[in-house]
Ligand binder design. Structure first.
Ligand code: SME
Length: 160
């Protein structure tokens, strides 16, 4: 049995350290990317409060394709440059969006979503996947969340 849940009230730097270590341990020794993304999507869901979607999009055939996730069914294919995910893929940069309705072209997969954090997973200079986190709370994510997820993305780059 895996029980990686952090103690309630754990400060963000410690929370992300524990999340990173749990993801590192869960994906070590497994080279199937889908299995690893599935477990990390579940870990993100367990570790983070106030989220309604945690998961991955992969770059396949020059567009973003839905990967393993927790939450409601989502858009399957997203072109680079479209919405928050497409902006992260095209710019290769983290998108920290306090109000998704103010983001041009935002794709509403779940009408409850109010804020979003999208971090590219970059391997050999290419965006191979994205980590996407959605929240029903406005401005749920901050620079500490972005830094924690960016470190996770860097660790996963050769495991997904
Ligand atoms: N809101 C995203 C689409 C993906 S879903 O949130 C899972 C976007 O605008 O890119």
């Amino acid at each position: 049995m895996y029980d990686f849940r952090p103690a309630p009230g754990t400060p963000k730097p410690e929370l992300y350290r524990q999340l990173h270590d749990a993801a590192e341990a869960l994906t070590a020794g497994e080279n199937d990317g889908v299995a690893n993304m599935a477990n990390v999507a579940a870990l993100l869901w367990e570790f983070l409060d106030e989220v309604n979607w945690t998961g991955f999009y992969r770059t396949v055939g020059g567009e973003l394709l839905l990967g393993p996730f927790m939450g409601r069914p989502a858009c399957i294919r997203i072109p680079f440059g479209t919405g928050v995910c497409g902006a992260a893929a095209e710019s290769r940069a983290t998108q920290l969006v306090p109000d998704v309705h103010a983001f041009p072209g935002h794709i509403a997969c779940d009408g409850d979503t109010k804020s979003e954090l999208v971090v590219p997973v970059i391997r050999d200079g290419d965006v191979v996947a994205l980590i996407d986190l959605d929240s029903p709370a406005p401005a749920r994510f901050d620079a500490e969340d972005a830094a924690g997820i960016e470190r996770l993305a860097a660790m996963l780059a050769n495991r997904i």
